[in-house]
Design a protein around this ligand. Sequence first.
Ligand SMILES: *Cc1c(COP(=O)(O)O)cnc(C)c1O
Length: 447
Amino acid sequence: MEALRQLPAVDRVLAEPALAGLVAELGHAGAAALARDALAARRAALLDGAAPAADRDAEAALVAAAVLALDAPGPVRVVNATGVVVHTNLGRAPLAPEAVRAVAATAGGYADLELDLATGQRGSRQARLGPRIARLVGAEAGLAVNNCAGALVLVLAALARGREVVVSRGQLIEIGDGFRLPEIMEQAGARLVEVGATNRTRLEDYAAAIGPDTALLLRAHPSNFRIVGFTEEVGVADLAALGGERGVPVVDDVGSGLLHPDPDLPGEPDAAGSIAAGAGLVLFSGDKLLGGPQAGLIAGRADLVEAVGCHPLARALRIDRLGVAALAATLRLHADPARARAAVPVRRTIARPEADVRARAERLAALTGGEAMACAARIGGGALPAVDLASWACALPDPTGALHAALRTGAPAVLGRLEDGMLLLDCRTLLDDAEVDVVAERVAACR
Ligand SMILES: *Cc1c(COP(=O)(O)O)cnc(C)c1O
């Protein structure tokens, strides 16, 4: 095939001026390994019918660009103008500066992660986290693991292996990436007992399902969908009262990581409320509404937390050192709810007054020749699917999506959303006012 004969040799690719820096940094062997992968991919693309470059030199330049892409260390910083606050594909929660500093302060050296410096004795990485988590939600004890999905698996394995767990049919959720509650249950070795109907489950349904083999009553917050209309679910307090009578603890997976009720987030379940209502354990994410690093937080009765923490899977799911630093610093900000709303980026974004968002959109529109328009932003990340946040965007005509593609592939990448031939750059999710200028510059460069 003619196109293949034009493919350059590895050394011809490495001689491209664009790769001089990369070859100097990685060495010939490291750069050649990347070039071989890039050439293999290019060969496959040509065999697949991709258009060949104009000549041998152009083909070498193309492969060199692919080598640079293969080498790019990531993830790279992007500008979130999508209007989705907790965007899973964009890394969920941006950390507060306090959390970033905490990570930076320990990342490059050794740390007293599992050593009590006062006594010289071995300590626990949970020592900085457990009591803080417990205090924040009014529980006896707390624990943090790698993420909330892991927390759920761990709790089921530790407390319900070989036994039954009662769940409402309306709460058999898939959280994302094929993570489905019935399958998790199976992996953890627990037997799922479904009760009620998709839209209605009553306390009697739970009561009838409890038997000698029942280990837990599980509630899972249907965080990424809503069943509307003729619906009924049993609240934590009623479930906990029933569980109390029958000696079966309630585990409440609230998912989104709201610690206390928040006026900005009406109807969103909160961890403290769940504990106060009698849940034996409450589980939530570190990087959704808590606005910290990826983590799964567990709080509740001391005996249950202890049993969970001692399970062998707890070691496999343990939170890493950088996560401990970021989470401890983030939890510290939550000690005062008003401070959390000001200092935790996710919460500040949600709390930002509409007038401020509008002012940003109007400034961006003036800078780019676009038009400021009212729109709706979303919390995302599995929280409040039905709640819109009043927002403002700068709208730019983009009938083919070419402008959005250029913004997405530039540096820094700017992500918006396309609606009816218009590119909307939602100004609620810009981290600060300076990002308005960054976006304006990128738009100017892309047109
Ligand atoms: C998001 C979510 C999870 C998973 O949390 P991760 O921290 O992403 O693992 C589990 N349960 C519920 C209800 C959720 O909303």
